[in-house]
Ligand binder design. Sequence first.
Ligand code: ASP
Length: 311
Amino acid sequence: MPAVIVVHGGAWAIPNNLAQDSVNGVKAAAREGMSVLKRGGNAVDAVEGAVRTLENNCVFNAGHGAALNTRGEVELDAIIMDGRTLASGAVSCVKNIANPVMEKARAVMEKTVHVMLTGQGANMFAESIGMNTVPTEMLVTQNERKEWEKHKNYVTGVMEDFNSQWAHDTVGAVAVDSAGNVACATSTGGIRNKMVGRVGDSPIIGCGGYADNSSGAVSCTGHGESILKVTLARLILSHIEQGKSVAEASRVSLKYMGDRVQGAGGAISVSPSGQWAATFTTERMAWAAVHNYTLWYGLDPDENLKEPFTY
Ligand code: ASP
């Protein structure tokens, strides 16, 4: 069965000055994810590799370059999930861990008996297994500090921030490997001007991501409080379980979130048989996918560009 990787760089009103870099960033991450699969990696390795590439790219708000909270600090959230066993690892409110955050989420999944570690505990665990810590300030880019300074006196709440261009973006990946195993990964700095200690959807199982070999894998982005209320990743998979196509399940679930809680967002989804979709209700979402020697990508609604993919 041909493997598939799909990645996103966050659903929001991406301004034109970030558009090209965002598209280039997701294309590079999808290429990296597929290279991992071609080198014999499984779906979990592929989503970790793709998200690591995105986290290390300052255009995206995950790890280095993340959005700042009301105190001007970075607090990072991430999840990874393996559809074979439903094993999952997540971290939230992580402060001074060097990129990639995804590596810490995977370590929680593989080296602890827990599913999520938060705040100080997540940092202590990372240090105990020899992961690099960095001064929090090192994760802050000049651009984000400037934007934060500009907007800090106008705190309006995450919904208003999300619907304006103040918000940044989240990154994520889903994959199915040639054995039909699925996985998802999502990583974020959250939303600018969030309260200290706010945890969004991204690290919450069933909300920011979910992976189950019996239905598929999903990674979400968008207004976190809305995604949490409708448990978006599981909602999409439950529609797939009831017979909808991956694209239709994603569309119907995002529409439900809009109608029910007036939240906008996006999702990438893949089924164990290799169906995939990139869907959003925000103005834009940078996404890319590799399937059958073709690299697909887009940014604006209904944009579906492609080019040949060679190794
Ligand atoms: N869902 C993320 C959060 O609310 C933000 C995003 O996807 O842009 O933390």
